[in-house]
Design a protein around this ligand. Structure first.
Ligand code: ATP
Ligand code: ATP
Ligand code: MG
Ligand code: MG
Ligand code: MG
Ligand code: MG
Length: 294
């Protein structure tokens, strides 16, 4: 099409590429979830259904966009790390940010009834999103440490705050006053001495947030004979519900054309998506998963 006399307006759209060879971190955060959580009667301080729904939306996003290698979630937010070398949508800033935010949001709404069967949505929730580029592994690690430290600080505060309100009969104003200026040690102390709550025994999901990664599955012994780096896409145990293999369109390439081949072969290692509630501030998480930062 030659285009109409109006088509010149297209030139007002400017390219918005993200710098090549830098880590892309995309953080989504629920818009006005203070209100949203009130209106949908979230349990305080932590509604487990709501956290699991966030995890589910994040898992769906990471299944759809395989260049996201790591997700970290707490409260109404999720951060996603894309491979440094990703060429997703030619690294167009707005295209990446809007499609990820929109897909996550629709997954949240799509899966809502499964996690809140007795609570119909009263209005459509939305999420804001931002992209930050980080040049080095150090900054990426510090970014995720920053989010997990935030999870800890907020959760400790909220746990004591709601214990004072729900079990200690304080008003919210009184509870804020009780906690003003207290250090972490004093908060642990209040929790234990007044409410017999040992903070370290609270669900790791609440204390550590949710960590979602594409884990590489080590080669099963019977696969190794074929080729050093070729593995089966079939799950020998058959019990891993969320297993996925890369590339996802591999099925088309091998299924009907080679009917006698029992195992589908591929060059990349098998991967499976895992949701964990572990420490990501220390070295171990990263040292055992060098592919996250490669
Ligand atoms: P903004 O639009 O600026 O993000 P906000 O109201 O969403 O405003 P946040 O700082 O993002 O503010 O805080 C989200 C709030 O949502 C929390 O403070 C908490 O009150 C509530 N919330 C989110 N997730 C949960 C959950 N799983 N359980 C209980 N409350 C939650
Ligand atoms: P991109 O992600 O780049 O936008 P796209 O597949 O959405 O890719 P568009 O140029 O946006 O490409 O075109 C949308 C396509 O969706 C149309 O070409 C048409 O095939 C289909 N489509 C959208 N709305 C309708 C509709 N109401 N009825 C029939 N087809 C539709
Ligand atoms: Mg915000
Ligand atoms: Mg929010
Ligand atoms: Mg938030
Ligand atoms: Mg379109």
């Amino acid at each position: 099409m030659a285009g109409s006399k109006y088509a010149y307006v297209r030139h007002f759209e400017l390219p918005d590429p993200l710098l090549p060879a830098t880590f892309i971190v995309c953080r989504l955060d629920g818009h006005s979830f203070h209100r949203f959580s009130d209106e949908h009667a979230f349990a305080k301080p932590n509604d487990e259904r709501a956290l699991k729904l966030m995890d589910r939306a994040a898992q769906s996003l990471m299944t759809e966009y395989k260049d996201i290698v790591l997700g970290f979630g707490e409260s109404d937010e999720f951060s996603f790390l894309l491979r440094k070398t990703t060429n997703l949508y030619n690294r167009r800033h707005a295209k990446i940010l809007t499609t990820l935010t929109s897909f996550f949001t629709s997954c949240y709404v799509f899966h809502w009834p499964q996690y809140f069967p007795d609570t119909p949505l009263r209005y459509p929730p939305s999420f804001d999103g931002r992209i930050v580029l980080y040049p080095n592994e150090r900054e990426v690690r510090d970014y995720f440490s920053w989010r997990q430290a935030d999870t800890h600080i907020n959760n400790l505060y909220n746990t004591v705050f709601w214990a004072l309100v729900q079990q200690g009969a304080q008003t919210t104003t009184e509870a804020h006053a009780t906690l003003r200026g207290t250090l972490s040690k004093a908060k642990h102390e209040i929790l234990f001495s007044r409410f017999r709550i040992n903070y370290n025994e609270i669900f790791p999901r609440f204390r550590k947030g949710s960590v979602i990664v594409w884990e590489q599955i080590p080669d099963a012994p019977h696969d190794i004979g074929n080729s050093q780096d070729m593995v089966s896409t079939q799950d020998p145990s058959g019990d891993n519900a969320v297993e996925n293999s890369e590339p996802s369109n591999d099925k088309d390439a091998t299924s009907s054309s080679q009917p006698k081949q029992k195992q589908k072969l591929q060059v990349k290692p098998r991967t499976t998506i895992e949701i964990m509630h572990c420490d990501i501030i220390g070295d171990e998480f990263w040292q055992t998963r060098p592919y996250l930062l490669s």
